[in-house]
Design a protein around this ligand. Sequence first.
Ligand code: HEM
Length: 517
Amino acid sequence: MGLLSQQTTVTQVVIVVGFLLLLSVFAHVAKQILFKNPNEPPVVFSWFPFFGSTVIYGMDPPAFFHANRAKYGDIFTFILLGKKTTVYVGPKGNDFILNGKIKDVNAEEIYSVLTTPVFGKDVVYDCPNSKLMEQKKFMKVALTTQAFQSYVPIIADEVSSYFKKNPLFKSQSGIVNIGPIMAQLTIFTASHSLQGKEVRNKFDESLADLYHDLDMGFSAVNFVLHWAPLPWNNKRDHAQRTIAKIYMDTIKERRAAGQTNSQDMMWHLMNSTYKNGTPVPDHEVAHMMIALLMAGQHSSSSTSSWIMLYLAARPDIMEELYREQVEALGADLPPLTYEDLAKLPLNQAVIKETLRLNAPIHSIMRKVKQPMPVPGTKYVVPANQTLLAAAGVSASDPQYFPEPDLWEPHRWDKESPIAPRIPRSDPEKDETIDYGYGLVSKGSMSPYLPFGAGRHRCIGEHFANAQLQTITAMIVRMFKFRNPDGSNKVIGTDYVSLFSRPLEPANVYWEKREKIA
Ligand code: HEM
């Protein structure tokens, strides 16, 4: 075949493909204009089939929700990688999705492809929901007041020894990219308190790199490519096997040593039994250990980074936090205890306010199992679609939070002119419910749900609060922060990974209050 005819064939193929693409765009647009179903929520207009609004949603999900809410109201549908996804924002939407019945909505069919290769078999989303509820109960009952009393000093010691040892903090002042620092502090404090000293010590050796490889399994692209023999998936699988073995070996050593006095989660799970009489097998304890650390790591490390960035933008609040500790605990600032945390309301409000504006989980998804009529509307959400709850939308709604974009921890003071206007729940209604892991507030009408609601609600809330409050209080004792340019600006959000976090480098200027030995 001559060169000329080869070129002609290529041109013909390009023309045919271009024509087909144009045709599919035309058909996609025509379908949206001509075949609107009045009994389904309005569909966000898009030009391209399959991709729909994927790119615009992925670039900035909260902006996407706000813009479309203004256009279509609280409930609308968009196309996310070929899947019709119905967003329902506001307290009613949160209740509809998060408190949805098990026969109507399902989490594991969405999340399992991503989580099972990372956590391992037979736990969380790789088992029936009733088993997850039992697993959550085991985890929740381990988090007793006594456990927290032991955790706070462990976390406080980890924070002070981290800054003493880290060469980046050798001098009296400097500039640091805060994200990686908070990620390390989170994993050291969580592993030591929840999993014990022997596991924590392994983070100085092999575990940090292995967890990093495991983390690669959580990239958004793995919703589609979780199965593919790609380099990052091979590393993920190797890391999962190796970490699980490290935990299982530790469990065997503990059993052999007959250790009984530990307050950590691993010890508690090793001694838990399912309702049917089966003790939790070692591989499930190991996999739950991975799940707990991974669930907490992204959310707490992102939140603590935001806290530090807000304090750098508001050095006045950092000073108030320091004075709060001096006044409540004494000028010598004695070792921090769990009881002390309750005496520091501004310290608590800083965490609450940061989670209001920067909750790390911006989208919570469920698969619809059977057609779901939306109460008070003519809409029915068809089976097999995805439902998406975005509790952050109501947390930044001026109806509930005056001056919603302002980070102001004092709004949580009782007399604040910008105090949250959260509707009081109806005492006639049963506002608490037990899904199998203890009584939880239904949270139905609350516009503030950074820890979710319903059967999949976070069981790590109290741990995360204790961890974040302790880390913040300890850093306030040691440092003064400000923005390197002295401004009160805060960096934008990175939505590329599944959990949103500050863009990097997120630089903070730090100065020691006094020489750390
Ligand atoms: C579930 C947020 C820290 C363990 C959730 C959910 C949210 C959330 C929104 C609900 C997800 C859904 O409905 O699909 C957060 C935030 C945290 C945090 C904002 C920190 C600031 C932690 C920590 C742990 C943890 C430290 C472990 C110690 C879990 C578990 C679930 C969960 C086990 C249950 C998943 C399910 O039932 O499907 N979290 N979390 N979280 N979280 Fe957290």
